[in-house]
Write a protein that binds this ligand. Sequence first.
Ligand code: HEC
Length: 163
Amino acid sequence: MPIGVRKVLGVCALCCAILLAPTLAMTHASQEEADTAIAARHGFMLIVVRETGPLFAMAKGDVAYDAEAAASSAANLDALARYDIGRLFIEGTSRSEMPGKTRALMAIWDDRAGFDRAYADMQASTAALAVEAGKGKEALVAAATALGRTCGNCHRTFRAREH
Ligand code: HEC
C-alpha cells in the first residue's frame, strides 16, 4: 500500500476511534453509573412526594389549608421540576435490563419523546401550581389536581406496577 494511502487510513482510524469512544462509553454505562442513576431517580421522586404530600393532603381537606405552607411546597416543586430528569434514565437501566431494581419500563427508551412530553406536562403544572397554591384553597385544589394527573399519566405508561 502506498505510504500516502496508509497515512490517510491511519488518520481515519484515529478519527473514528476518537469519535466513537464517547458514544460507546455513553451507551454502555458501568454498573456503578447505572445503580447511581436509579438511586438518584428514586431520590428525586421521593423529594417530589415530600412536597406533594402536604399539598395533596390540604387539597383533600385532610389538613387545614395554609397559604404559606402551600406556596412554599409549590415553590419547591417548581424548582425540582426544572431538573432535567432525562439524564437519570440512561441506557441499560430499564426494568427488563435491571429486574428487581427499577420500575422504569423500556417504553421510556422506545418513546423518549413521549416520556419528555409527560415530564413537560408535569413542569407546566408545577409552574402553574407555584402561582396558584397561595391564592386560597380552591385555587390549590384545581392546580394540585392538575399536577396529580400528570404524575398518573406518566406512571401509567412508563412505570411498572412493581420492581
Ligand atoms: C415523566 C414521567 C414521570 C412523571 C411526570 C412523574 N413520575 Fe414518578 N416515576 C416515574 C418513573 C419512571 C418511576 C420509576 C423509577 C424507577 O423505579 O427507576 C417513578 C417513580 C416514582 C415513585 C417511586 C419512587 C421509589 O422510590 O420507588 C414515586 C413515589 C413517584 N414516582 C411519585 C411521583 C409524583 C408524586 C409525581 C408527580 C408530582 C411523579 N412521580 C411524576 C416517572 C414519572
